[in-house]
Design a protein around this ligand. Structure first.
Ligand code: PLP
Length: 387
């Protein structure tokens, strides 16, 4: 037997379980309608929630930065890749988040897998929501801390686990702010209270709350009025901000330690100047344009109401993420395929991204969807139901 034979065997096993994934090619900008593999379809699968990746001011900032500074950072941030764009962006992120400082990483994945091992290690305990994002799960694994998973958004369960943690050196609670596949919001005030009682740190992943929730779109912590409570805020620049990158916002001491210990910060090249300039411009547009957030949530509400009226089962999301639960991977992919025929792209999400038996379409709207696009999406869903 050839030592590479297992590759094909593993792919065959994935295909038999309905879990083999294929790449699609997008041949246009991520606007309300895209060209997907050569066909025009309404896009219900983008994290470009506010449409900022194609905003003229954001594009102009990226073009100008490239013209002056070139295309790449050319080094890690600790060597020669710390372009001056980082300073402005990090200071604006800290202001938006109400923290002393912020640090940008090359992705949200890198931010989560880097910070958790800095906060906890051998002899410590990390408590993680059952539906946390894969980057958090991987960060917990890398940390070598003992990991305990509490039931989704179940603060009583969290408290029970905390009450057994007296022997641990440090405790860290980590949760998505807005859950990426479910669209619900973590019960942060109760989590914070439990953390305060048991002297635990709280890390919130606000990848999907930033730009959407709270005053000025500053995220889940602001949504609950918990600024200044010491909650460490992770987020991404790749979703509502429309660029690329991750960040951690917290105290000066935290940021200094990350610069010195976070391996996904130290051992990778800095982001391109265009990306940093685009993110900085996008933050300005985000703050100055509350109507984008309002329109986003209006579209979400409208689509959700229409789908429920058609008979679809949606999870109780409070945000722009609308999960249509279909059960098996095969059912999710077949509904997604039928929708594509109707000119609507609503991506099927299967394990391991979601728990077995909960395969779904994860629909997301954008502030920049037109009324006609939302109508077309609803008509597509009407045409494929019941499947
Ligand atoms: C909740 C959550 N955290 C982290 C990430 C990773 O962010 P990025 O895509 O910037 O690596 C994502 C997105 O994939 C996410 O949904």
């Amino acid at each position: 037997m050839n030592s590479h034979d297992f590759l094909e065997a593993e792919c065959t096993a994935l295909a038999q379980a309905g879990l083999l994934r294929h790449l699609r090619t997008v041949m246009s900008a991520p606007t309300g309608t895209i060209n997907l593999d050569g066909r025009e379809v309404v896009l219900l699968g983008s994290n470009n929630y506010l449409g900022l990746s194609t905003h003229p001011r954001v594009i102009a900032a990226a073009v100008e930065a490239t013209r002056i500074y070139g295309t790449g950072a050319s080094g890690s941030r600790l060597i020669s890749g710390n372009s001056e764009h980082y300073t402005t962006l990090e200071s604006n992120l800290a202001k938006a988040k109400g923290t002393e400082a912020a640090l940008v990483f090359s992705s949200g994945y890198a931010a989560n897998t880097s910070i958790i091992p800095v906060l906890v290690g051998d002899g410590d305990l990390v408590l993680s929501d059952a539906l946390n994002h894969a980057s958090i799960i991987d960060g917990c694994r890398l940390s070598r801390a003992t990991k305990k998973v509490y039931r989704h958004c179940d603060v009583e369960h969290l408290r029970a686990l905390l009450s057994e943690s007296a022997a641990c050196r440090r405790r860290l609670i980590v949760t998505d702010g807005v859950f990426s596949m479910d669209g619900d919001i973590a019960p942060l005030p109760d989590i914070w209270e439990a953390a305060a009682q048991y002297d635990a740190m709280v890390l919130i992943d606000d990848a999907h709350g930033f730009g959407v929730l709270g005053q000025d779109g500053s995220g889940t912590v602001a949504h609950f009025g918990l600024e200044g409570k010491g909650i460490i805020q992770m987020g991404t620049l790749s979703k509502a901000v429309g660029a690329l990158g991750g960040y951690i916002a917290g105290s000066h001491a935290l940021i200094e330690l990350l610069i010195n210990r976070a391996r996904g910060f130290m051992f990778t090249t800095g982001l391109p100047p265009a990306t940093l300039a685009a993110a900085t411009a996008a933050l300005e547009v985000m703050r100055a344009s509350p109507e984008l957030r309002h329109r986003l949530l209006f579209h979400a509400c409208r689509l959700k109401t229409a789908l429920v009226a058609l008979g679809y089962t949606l999870l109780p999301s409070e945000t722009q993420i609308l999960p249509v639960v279909l059960g098996s991977p095969e059912r999710a992919t077949s509904v997604a395929r039928a929708l594509l025929v109707e000119g609507v792209f609503g991506p099927a999400i299967r394990p391991p991204a979601v728990p077995p038996g909960t395969s779904r379409l994860r629909l997301t709207v954008m502030a920049t969807h037109t009324e006609a696009e939302i109508q077309q999406a609803i008509a597509g869903f009407a045409a494929v139901f019941p499947t």
